[in-house]
Design a binder for this molecule. Structure first.
Ligand code: AMP
Ligand code: MN
Ligand code: MN
Ligand code: MN
Length: 288
């Protein structure tokens, strides 16, 4: 048995542009056999995705990407094979979505001061919820001529040094990992190279994460170049972490980021799906 997998993707339930149905159909078209939907701080898309996956012969893995505050940094922790009906998980995610709503108001205030009116209502309309992401703000800024593209919107307005930056207050690392574990899932550090940590700080994150029960780290992701992929594969091996692979797909139209693509893992790491599938009878292989 060989798998083409993708364990990190987004739908319209967070900042993706495809509905869960459209996302799963696209994955099936890309020959993806195992797909995780990992929306930011919600599992709401899982039911629709699951139904569509059954029709297309795709194995669906319910997931989530949890926003975490750790030592004054924002981290993303992916939960794989979680139970979307778990009450503790849903209560935790619902609290984070409330925090998103608070942050949105504060971002909107800053944009208002820069002369933009009715930002909040427009962004909430685009997001379909009060718990919008910065991606929705970025789309608003691009659509209204305040930035030439998404990258520029983050640089000028929404990123750490941007004029409308607001630091979010998210879940604790221990909380996020325990919600994932208690719902039967497996916790994975998302796109580790994105945090720009020193080697010492990355080790301290991994050690804390493992002490709380975290088991995996993303090795192959669209956020990593070849060198980063090798470096995090080596780190996964060294710390005995499962290696995950996910495109972090948000929207069609980016040639570098496609469901199931560029996700091959080196064969000296243990792929994360072994956590929930018996690994004995099956051999993993190769995404390209
Ligand atoms: P939030 O969780 O609301 O703070 O938003 C974070 C999301 O913004 C990430 O998941 C990405 O999808 C998106 N994002 C962050 N930085 C950038 C960037 N420089 N360009 C485009 N999208 C970005
Ligand atoms: Mn996102
Ligand atoms: Mn992320
Ligand atoms: Mn993501």
């Amino acid at each position: 048995m060989t798998y083409l997998f993708d364990f990190h993707s987004h739908s319209t339930f967070s900042d993706g542009t495809l509905t869960p149905e459209e996302l799963v159909k696209r994955a099936a078209g890309q020959q993806v056999e195992m797909l995780a939907l990992t929306d930011h701080d919600t599992t709401e898309g899982a039911a629709d995705a699951f139904r569509t996956a059954q029709m297309h012969g795709v194995e669906f893995v319910p997931g989530v990407e949890i926003s975490v505050s750790w030592e004054r940094n924002t981290l993303h922790i992916v939960g794989l094979n979680v139970d979307p009906a778990n009450v503790e998980l849903e209560a935790g995610l619902s609290w984070i979505r409330g925090q998103r709503a608070v942050r949105s108001q504060n971002i909107a205030k800053k944009l208002q001061k820069a002369g933009m009116e009715n930002v909040l209502s427009e962004v909430e309309r685009m997001a379909g919820t009060e718990s919008a992401t910065r991606t929705h703000f970025a789309r608003y800024l691009v659509d209204n001529g305040h930035a030439k593209d998404m990258q520029a919107a983050f640089k000028k307005w929404l990123g750490r040094k941007g004029k409308a930056y607001v630091n979010g207050e998210w879940a604790g690392l221990e909380q996020a990992v325990s919600w994932i574990r208690n719902s039967g899932g497996h916790a994975v550090i998302a796109h580790p190279a994105r945090y720009n940590f020193t080697a010492t700080k990355m080790r301290s994150l991994i050690e804390a994460f493992q002490a709380f029960g975290g088991v995996g780290i993303e090795v192959a992701t669209s956020s990593h170049n070849i060198q980063e992929k090798s470096a995090f594969a080596a780190l996964a091996k060294r710390y005995n972490l499962y290696a995950s692979a996910g495109s972090d797909f948000h929207t069609p139209g980016n040639r570098r980021i496609e469901l199931g693509m560029y996700l091959a893992l080196p064969d000296y790491v243990r792929p994360v799906w072994e956590c929930w599938k018996s690994s004995k009878a099956e051999q993993h292989v190769v995404n390209e």
